[in-house]
Write a protein that binds this ligand. Structure first.
Ligand code: C2O
Length: 350
């Protein structure tokens, strides 16, 4: 059977915090009602178009900065506040909740829940930002287009080195300062990647993308990650899909400051949502799901245990709702699409 919505009253202090990091409570604020099931129906308002972050203009950057300023100004116990938004990641990644009707922790990484969980997560995040902007119907998160040479650096608006005007979008010392704009991102980040010339790294980035979405992702478990059903214990170090491993995990480590406790922010699961670039990183990962599905004969899992798996999120009204993995399949129903951009790596057979 499927993993049901976590039992919020089971919430406890996070596990697996790095040494030196004082554990803190990252449970969502409790609700005194049963969360209703929210199902996307589409229609109504125009589709939000998520565009590449590197191509953003000043007006967009200023708008995004305004939205995050407002989010950071909400009281810390408001589930829509920036710290609570970041806590969502800690909660679902550091074994804070138990699965409903099971004693096992609720863990979304290294499983087939990786894509749907993060899609729902940034879906609500985007809507909250849009609400803070006064119900801006056009507002959409940008995606960090690192699979294209033009987007292969931390997007300028998120980088303290290039966008001093918007410090609210940066993470200050909790990034690797040598990786701020315009350093070339290493999608296969490892011990020697910092030494590579840009042209070599761009070639490796194409190869990494091709492996993750085409060559090594021919079946569903390979791409999405392994099945994870009610009562299953979290997988550590295996079970992840191709994209989750690279470039997803590698981007996290490449951005974070490896000298900070736990490789914060981005290199630490519990803290990564504290870097605003996290949400653009995950918009790009979310877009990869669409690219993979556009390939011939590629479909989402059809198993009930996948489709009925549930998560809990607070929506833009501050209401706790229950959502299903299977309802994340269609971005149009969720009210957004990605701007189409070139994917040169598709033809770059390594
Ligand atoms: Cu929940 Cu980028 O990971």
């Amino acid at each position: 059977s499927a993993v049901l919505a976590p039992n919020m009253s089971s919430c406890q202090l996070p596990q697996h915090f790095p040494s030196g990091q004082e554990p803190y409570d990252c449970c969502a604020p409790p609700a005194d009602y049963e969360p209703r099931l929210f199902r996307p129906v589409g229609g109504g308002s125009p589709l939000r178009v998520r565009r590449p972050a590197h191509a953003a203009d000043d007006a967009y950057a200023a708008k995004l900065a305004r939205a995050y300023t407002l989010m950071k100004a909400l009281p810390p116990d408001d589930p829509r506040s920036f710290s609570q938004q970041a806590n969502i990641h800690c909660a679902y990644c550091n074994n804070v909740y138990r699965q409903m009707n099971s004693t096992q922790p609720f863990q979304v990484h290294n499983t087939w829940l990786f894509f749907p969980f993060h899609r729902w997560y940034i879906y609500f995040h985007e809507r909250i930002l849009a609400r803070l902007l006064g119900d801006d119907l056009d507002f959409a998160l940008p995606f960090w287009n690192y699979d294209h040479p033009d987007g292969a650096s931390i997007p300028w608006l998120f980088s303290i080195s290039s966008s001093a005007a918007y410090p609210v979008l940066s993470a200050g010392a909790l990034r690797d300062s040598t990786h701020e704009f315009p350093a070339t991102v290493a999608l296969d980040f490892g011990v020697d990647t910092d030494l590579r010339p840009r042209s070599v790294q761009l070639q490796e980035n194409d190869n990494t993308m091709y492996r993750a979405i085409v060559r090594d992702a021919r079946d569903r478990p390979a791409f999405f990650g392994w099945p994870y059903r009610r009562g299953d214990s979290p997988m550590e170090g295996f079970g992840f899909g191709t994209v989750e491993w690279q470039p997803h995990n590698t981007i996290h480590s490449w951005v974070g400051n490896k000298s900070a406790i736990g490789w914060k922010h981005m290199g630490a699961l519990f803290a990564s949502g504290l870097d605003p670039v996290f949400y653009s990183h995950h918009a790009e990962i979310d877009r990869f799901w669409e690219l993979w599905k556009a390939l011939p004969d590629h479909e989402d899992f059809d198993e009930e245990e996948y489709k009925n798996a549930e998560f809990l999120f607070y929506n833009e009204d501050g209401e706790l709702v229950r959502v299903r993995a299977g309802d994340a399949s269609n971005t149009t129903l969720l009210g957004y699409v990605y701007e189409e951009v070139e994917t040169p790596w598709m033809g770059a057979v390594p």
